[in-house]
Design a protein around this ligand. Structure first.
Ligand SMILES: [Zn+2]
Ligand SMILES: [Zn+2]
Length: 378
């Protein structure tokens, strides 16, 4: 059950609009990163509180909330709380502005500051998939990746203007690249800056466009980049390469490149986090009498000691022979499950020995099969 909106704000159900507003301001200040150190828990809390306020400040939504609960108030806040991650689709409009005014654009990944510095627009964030082998994922690697991307036009150095000419200041925005709108809110004035549509936020207009890039300041190119894969990544890990995405228009900074890793399976190991699992096949005599068997770990050969009387299914733990932890601290373990191999074919001599063994231990066994009797005659 999502928390009650009145409880979230700490007001009672017949609180006045003014009381609700005051309660919200107070909560918002408490949950501000300056007072909490910016932990994600209070960020989540702030979202919940803001959402409660969004509903209760609106008389119509408040009325429906009182009657039908969260479903009736028209919010998308499911039982699990607000969805995290970038994009955060349910935050939009004024609420998002409010949020930015508190936490800055870094408070929510994927949200760009609306009141940020004027200038050419930043390039897009893009994503791609890269395949890495099981071993490369475990121990890390440098890998070349080819991406179709937008790079700064060399002819005009990204300005978009024909070399020798310059861009002139945009008359619409006076060169700031943004159009400002001032609005009153419960937190005081909020200045919303949107990119100038006349100059596309660049602050400049170009009379003579560069031929190579048609005034874009960037061109499409296939680029080889070297990706450093840290040790301990797993299938589905995403690497964010900041500033290695496409160039922005007219000299705008580069976006980010997100690389989703696809790790191929190993035919010898399975993996769970930093731990590895493998099997070791041991013949019957070795399991019964004890033996030592070489085993190829990810760090090279190890001699595995099989003690006398080892059972099939017995697990041997090799500490620290797993995959390095992604945080750089320590390694997981390697768990080797012993599989005692019961022979399915025997030489006549072996069969004779097993029969003697059965006799010795008083075990009733099946008689010679016709086939093995035939074999013993040859
Ligand atoms: Zn150009
Ligand atoms: Zn402009």
């Amino acid at each position: 059950m999502p928390a009650d909106y009145y409880d979230l704000l700490g007001v009672d159900r017949n609180a006045t609009d003014e009381q609700i507003k005051r309660a919200y301001r107070k909560k918002a200040r408490e949950l501000h990163p300056d007072s909490t150190g910016g932990d994600s828990g209070s960020e989540e809390k702030f979202k919940e509180v803001s959402l409660a306020y969004e509903v209760l400040r609106d008389p119509e939504r408040r009325r429906r909330y009182d009657m039908f609960g969260p479903e009736g108030s028209g919010n998308q806040f499911g039982p699990g709380g607000p969805a995290g991650g970038f994009g955060d689709p349910f935050f939009s409009g004024s609420l998002s502005d409010l949020f930015d005014s508190f936490f800055g654009s870094s408070g929510m990944s994927g949200t760009r500051g609306r009141s940020g510095r004027a200038g050419p627009e930043r390039g897009q964030d893009v994503e791609t998939v890269m395949n890495v082998s099981f071993e490369e994922a475990a121990f890390g690697c440098e890998k070349d990746l080819t991406v179709e991307t937008l790079v700064t036009c060399e002819v005009c150095s990204g300005s978009g203007a024909t070399p020798g000419t310059t861009a002139s200041r945009c008359s619409q925005c006076g060169g700031t690249g943004e159009l400002r709108r001032v609005r009153q809110s419960i937190l005081g004035q909020i200045v919303t800056a949107t990119p100038c549509n006349y100059c596309d936020g660049t602050g400049e207009t170009i009379a003579s466009k560069c031929n190579a890039c048609k005034g874009e300041g960037r061109i499409r190119e296939s680029l080889h980049i070297s990706v450093s894969v840290p040790a301990g990544v797993d299938d589905g890990t995403t690497l964010r390469l900041a500033g290695r995405g496409p160039a922005g228009r007219r000299g705008g900074p580069k976006g980010d490149l997100y690389v989703h890793l696809q790790v191929s399976a190993s035919d010898r190991f399975s993996r769970e986090g930093a731990d590895l699992y493998a099997e070791l096949h041991v013949p019957v005599p070795g399991a019964v009498l004890g033996t030592s068997i070489p085993f190829e770990t990810m760090d090279g050969e190890e001699i595995i000691d099989i003690v006398k009387g080892t059972q099939s299914g017995h697990v041997i733990k090799l500490k620290g022979k797993g995959v390095p932890n992604l945080n750089g601290r320590g390694r997981g373990n390697l768990y080797i499950t012993v599989i005692v191999d019961i022979p399915t074919t025997l030489t006549p001599e072996e069969e004779e020995l097993y029969r003697q063994l059965a006799k010795e231990s008083g075990e009733a066994v099946k008689h010679h099969s016709a086939r093995s009797r035939l074999r013993s005659l040859l």
